[in-house]
Write a protein that binds this ligand. Sequence first.
Ligand code: SAM
Length: 235
Amino acid sequence: MAWRYIRSDMKLVTGQIKLKKSEVRNQSSDKLIKLGREVSRTLGFKQRFLMTYRPRICPFDVLMDFVPDGSSILDIGCGNGLWLFLLSRLDRIASGIGIEVDREKIAIAESIKDERDNLEFIALKQDDDWPKGEFDCVTLIDVLHHVAPAEQRVFIGKLKKMNTKCVIIKDIDPKAKIKSFFNTLHDLVLSGQKTFYCEKEKVAQWLTEDGFKVSRTFRCDRMWYSHYVVVAEKS
Ligand SMILES: C[S@@+](CC[C@H](N)C(=O)[O-])C[C@H]1O[C@@H](n2cnc3c(N)ncnc32)[C@H](O)[C@@H]1O
């Protein structure tokens, strides 16, 4: 048994050190928090706070595993570009385009770009076509639940026309009623936006109908947020 020096905030269980929950959380999300802080350092307090701590509640570290190294990526509903900045500053992508309906967020993203970032941010309207280029990967992170239910099928259907090898969708699972309620509160308070959650099975089914091969569908909760991820490839 390892009876060595034991910090007072750790419990000893039959000779093994049992870490407190806060000490076993994912280390790479800690790294992304540092990066988020670095990326947003010139912004005001609210933006800096939101960009710094978003990797704590959104599993960017898990999503990154599905992004091919050195890829070109299109991020739909990119917000102020955090996801693309994280990938760029970690040298995980060659280039990235972020599109977004909120012009203010695009202006923020453009304002924090520097010479390290081969990134472009484009403001567009809800019904505009998405960029026509060739991408290795298209990502949709927490966007689908801001699209009205009657339009969600058409929205996902737009991916079919995209020239991409892979699609990564991350959203909130409505099956977790209490956790998804917390996300509804979060979105209402922070952005005043309504939420319309769509089940992951439905998203996977739509992608399959549109000729994608769904390779992964899984839950990936963080704190009180019920995230799901759907990964699909062009078959
Ligand atoms: C919860 S935020 C997520 C931002 C970013 N993807 C992230 O994970 O940090 C959702 C974003 O989707 C944008 N959005 C909503 N509907 C959209 C649409 N039809 N096309 C593009 N962006 C949209 C919103 O303006 C908002 O910035």
